[in-house]
Design a protein around this ligand. Sequence first.
Ligand code: F3S
Length: 290
Amino acid sequence: MKVELAKSAGFCFGVNRAMELVEKQIALGKSEPIYTYGPLIHNEEVVASLEKKGVHVCESNAEDKCPIVNENGGRGTMILRSHGVSANTEKHLKNLGFDIVDATCPFVKRIHKTVNEESKAGKHIIIVGNAKHPEVEGIIGWCNEPPFVIENIDEADRIPYAKDEKVCIVSQTTFNSKKFKEIVDYITKKGYDINVVNTICNATEERQQAAGELAEAADCMIVIGGTHSSNSRKLYEICAQRCENTHFIQTLDDLHLELPKSVRLVGITAGASTPNNIIEEVQNYVRNEF
Ligand code: F3S
C-alpha cells in the first residue's frame, strides 16, 4: 500500500515563510518580548504553541498597551503577519518603539508596491476584494489617495471616476480568479482607461487541484484541517466527490481508520492553516500502522 501527500498541501509559501521568521526570532533568545500583530494563522493550537514559546498576539489597536521594556523606549519585537499592514500602521508601530520584523508575503508586498507607484503616478486604484479583510485594509493604506474597493459586478456601476481618467486594477491575493475576470471585463466594457495587474495568488487553487487529482487515484483520502476552516471544508468536498472513502480530521486523534487489504493508495491533503508536524504525524501513522 502506498501513502501519498498531495503535491501542494497545508501552509502556502507566504505562511511558511512567516512561521520561519517567527521561529528565527524565538531562536535568538532575546529577553525582550516578541509579538505578532494579530494571530499569525487561523489555528488556535499553533497560536497557543507560539504563546508557550513566548510569542504573544497583540491585537490591532492594542499596541499602545504593550509595555516599554528598555531605557530607549523600546517595546520588543513586532512581527507583521503575511497579510501585511498599511504604511501608516507600520510607521505607527515603529514610532511606538517596536523593532519590526516584516513577514508580509512577498506577493502581498508586490501589491503594496504597485498601488503605491501607480497612485503616485496619478492613477486611481480599484482593488477587487473584501474591504474588511486585513490584507485589503493593508493595501488601501499604501495608496496615495483612497482607492475604490469592489467585491462584485453590481458595485462596478458605482465607480466614481470619469471614463477618460487612468485607473489601475489589482486584486486581493485570495480572490476567485473567474470572478475577478468577470469584474475586469465588465469595467473594461464601460470604457475606462485601465491597466490590470492580476495579483491573485494560485496557492489555494493549486492546493485544491492537487487534492482533486490525488483523490481521483486514491482508494482512501484523509483531509486534515479545522472544522471551521472554509478552505479545508472545500478540500473535503472536492475529495469526497472523487473518492468515497474520504475522512475529514483535525488531528491524528480523530482518525479511526480501517483499511481493507484491497486499498492500494491512501492520499493525504491539508488545509491552509494545518501545520507541517500534524501532516507528518498522520503520514507516519498511516505508513507504520497499515
Ligand atoms: Fe499565501 Fe502569500 Fe499566496 S500568504 S495565499 S502565498 S499571497
